[in-house]
Ligand binder design. Structure first.
Ligand code: HEM
Length: 127
C-alpha cells in the first residue's frame, strides 16, 4: 500500500513537472496582438522608406511579443501548434533583423510576407 502511494505520488510529480504550459492570459494576448498589428504597419512604412533601424526595431518587437505568450495554453487548438507558430515567428523576425545588416530589402519583404502567413496560420488554428 505504502509503495503504491509512493508510486502514485511519483507519477503525479512527474506529470506535473512536465507541464510547461502557462495559463492563457487574454488581456496579455490582446496587448501583444494590437502591438503586432502596429508593428506590421511600421514594417510596411519602414521597408518602403528603407529605414533599416525602424525595420529591425519592429522585427524585435514582434519577436518579443511572441516570446511573451508562446507558453500559453490556447483556448482553441493545441499548445504544440501555438508554440511552434510563435517560435517560427521569432525565428523569421530574427532573420529579418539579420537582413537589415546587409540592407537586403528584397529578403526583408519576403520575411514580412512570411510573418503575414504565420499570422493567418495562427488565427486559423487558434482564434
Ligand atoms: C504579426 C502577426 C499577427 C498580427 C498582426 C495579429 C493581429 C491580431 C489582431 C489585430 C487581433 C485582434 C485583437 C483585438 O481585437 O483587439 C488578434 C487576435 C488574436 N490573435 Fe493574432 N496576430 C498575429 C499573430 C498571431 C499568431 C502567430 C497567433 C497564434 C499562434 C495569433 C493568435 C491570435 C488569437 C488567439 C487572437 C484572439 C485572442 C482571444 O480572443 O483571446 N495571432 N491578432
Amino acid at each position: 500500500m505504502k509503495r503504491l502511494s509512493i508510486s502514485v505520488l511519483l507519477l503525479v510529480f512527474l506529470f506535473s513537472s512536465t507541464q510547461v504550459f502557462a495559463e492563457y492570459d487574454r488581456t496579455q494576448v490582446f496587448k501583444v496582438m494590437r502591438n503586432n498589428a502596429k508593428m506590421m504597419r511600421q514594417l510596411e512604412t519602414a521597408a518602403e522608406n528603407e529605414d533599416f533601424f525602424a525595420i529591425a526595431e519592429a522585427f524585435m518587437e514582434l519577436a518579443r511579443g511572441s516570446n511573451a505568450i508562446k507558453d500559453y495554453d490556447p483556448k482553441r487548438g493545441t499548445q504544440s501548434a501555438w508554440k511552434k507558430t510563435h517560435l517560427e515567428l521569432i525565428r523569421a523576425a530574427f532573420d529579418g533583423i539579420g537582413y537589415c545588416a546587409n540592407e537586403d530589402i528584397e529578403a526583408i519583404w519576403d520575411v514580412i510576407a512570411d510573418i503575414g502567413a504565420l499570422n493567418s496560420q495562427g488565427h486559423m488554428a487558434h482564434k
